[in-house]
Design a protein around this ligand. Structure first.
Ligand SMILES: Cc1cc2nc3c(=O)[nH]c(=O)nc-3n(C[C@H](O)[C@H](O)[C@H](O)COP(=O)(O)OP(=O)(O)OC[C@H]3O[C@@H](n4cnc5c(N)ncnc54)[C@H](O)[C@@H]3O)c2cc1C
Length: 439
């Protein structure tokens, strides 16, 4: 019996899933698949990783939903090419369906898997699902990616049609007649068999945020100390437990500011696809050889939330304890690292990558390079936010700081690691010299 495999990656849901809907219409019984990818898992710094626990729980949920619908869900542990070699040899696979993934590693992996499928006489088909517009769908008049967000956003809004936000009927199609049943399927791996320990963190529900949160978003999003100040849906967008089309529809109907933030997400995803080298080097060639100070002691103080700047410290402590930090605290912490401490943005990017529950390469790299002034789109290199002004503006009652830095205001709280005016001047002088040296 010929089957179609549907390979889940960043789309842990049955409803409104573009690739899954296409697979279920392929004419062959569909067997959903997830691969615990050792190319990724073996590089994680800890065997207690909340993201791996989250993924594991989603895979188990999908497996149950598939069994209830009358089908088999395959979960395998290994390297994707080896897993596919095994599956394509063992089963008569007509096609592999999946949703596109725009990270550099994923793009290479998918090319190799597509070639392997071809050798086995199977097709490989990937669908746009995690963004509204991707790759070359929005380009400037000269045919290259827009270099300002406002021009990208305007083109994005001009292009948007109702059908771009329509849900796909994957859940409706997910019925016993369209699913494959493999009685000889291998048992799914457990966390322990992959040498991981269970490590849970709080993740809000995978549903659309309450209407009031969305309506007030533009008023609250910059108040990290306030409950429900933002949607807290980044983890679900990262893992596809929430459909981006659903959240976009809600944002379009209720709050243009939220819609704009979601367009940033599309934009950074598109930029990383066009410029995969920016994952590891500054986009601006003039800022590839900045003599960053990279002081390890200061980096450690930043990581641990001991800089003596309360908004930065509160953010880093929230990150360390929960795997989340609000956007305003991300901006304060990142700006302080790259400008006040003059530490390479890649150190901060790596630290966030290890800790953030919602870690997404495109969003993280795009935002870090924005803060460092080195990106495809970037804040002006000479902009150095004053931590004190940010504190006054975004957490004037210190509600956020008290939540995460209980010793603030006592003699136990450290003195500022560096004086703001001095650090500001040092950053501006260093970056100006780097520009001048590059000609
Ligand atoms: C240095 C730095 C690193 C970041 N790293 C990540 C990351 O790894 N993963 C990640 O998802 N976001 C990242 N962000 C963007 C942003 O901070 C988070 O998406 C947001 O704080 C998540 O909380 P929320 O869901 O409540 O966001 P909300 O404010 O409710 O926004 C809704 C959604 O819009 C999108 N969004 C909001 N702000 C941004 C932004 N600046 N850039 C891109 N998309 C945005 C996100 O998908 C978010 O979930 C980073 C920002 C900075 C400054």
């Amino acid at each position: 019996m010929k089957i179609t495999l549907f390979w889940h990656r960043r789309d842990f849901r049955l409803h409104d899933n573009a690739g899954l809907a296409a697979a279920l219409s392929s004419g062959y019984p569909v067997v959903p698949l997830f691969i615990y990818d050792r190319e990724i898992l073996d590089l994680l710094p800890s065997r207690r990783d909340a993201r791996v626990t989250f993924i594991y729980d989603q895979v188990e949920r999908l497996a149950q939903e598939t069994a209830q619908a009358g089908g088999t869900f395959l979960a395998m542990y290994g390297r994707p090419l080896e897993v596919f070699e095994q599956l394509l040899t063992r089963y008569e696979v007509a096609a592999v369906y999946t949703n596109e993934d725009y990270e550099p590693y994923a793009a290479e992996r998918d090319t190799a898997v597509a070639e392997l499928c071809q050798r086995h006489g199977a097709t490989f088909q990937a669908y746009k699902d995690q963004v509204i517009f991707a790759k070359r769908e929005i380009l400037s008049k000269s045919g290259s990616p827009n270099r300002t967000f406002s021009s990208y956003r305007n083109a994005w809004l001009d292009k948007l049609q109702d059908e771009d936000l329509q849900p796909y009927p994957s859940k409706e199609l997910f019925t016993a007649e369209r699913l494959g049943h493999l009685p000889d399927a291998e048992p799914r791996p457990g966390l322990e068999s992959m040498q991981f320990e269970r490590f849970e963190q709080f993740v809000p529900a995978a549903e659309l945020p309450a209407e009031a949160v969305v309506r007030n978003y533009h008023l609250t999003r910059n108040s990290p100390g306030q409950v429900n100040s933002s949607t807290r849906r980044s983890v679900h967008l990262r893992f596809g437990t929430l459909s981006v089309r659903e959240l976009m529809r809600q944002a379009r109907d209720l709050n243009p500011k939220l819609l704009a933030e979601l367009i940033w997400r599309d934009y950074f995803m598109m930029l990383l696809w066009h410029f995969p080298n920016t994952a590891t080097e500054s986009y601006d060639p003039r800022l590839r050889h900045v003599p960053y100070r990279n002081n390890e002691e200061e980096f450690k103080a930043w990581c641990e939330g001991r800089t003596g700047y309360p908004l930065v410290d509160a953010g880093m402590r929230e990150l360390n304890q929960t795997g989340y930090l609000p956007n305003r605290a991300r901006i304060a912490a990142a700006g302080f690292l790259v400008k006040h401490l003059l530490i390479d943005w890649r150190w901060g990017d790596k630290y966030f990558a290890d800790k953030l529950l919602d870690y997404d390469m495109a969003q993280n790299v795009g935002n870090w390079q924005w803060m460092a002034g080195t990106g495809v789109v970037a804040a002006p290199w000479f902009r150095v936010y004053s931590p004190q002004s940010q504190q006054e503006q975004y957490d004037p009652t210190f509600a956020y700081v008290w939540q995460w830095v209980p010793e603030f205001g006592t003699c136990e709280y450290p003195k500022p690691i560096v004086e703001h005016k001095f650090a500001r001047q040092r950053a501006v002088d260093t970056l100006r010299a780097a520009y001048q040296a590059a000609g």
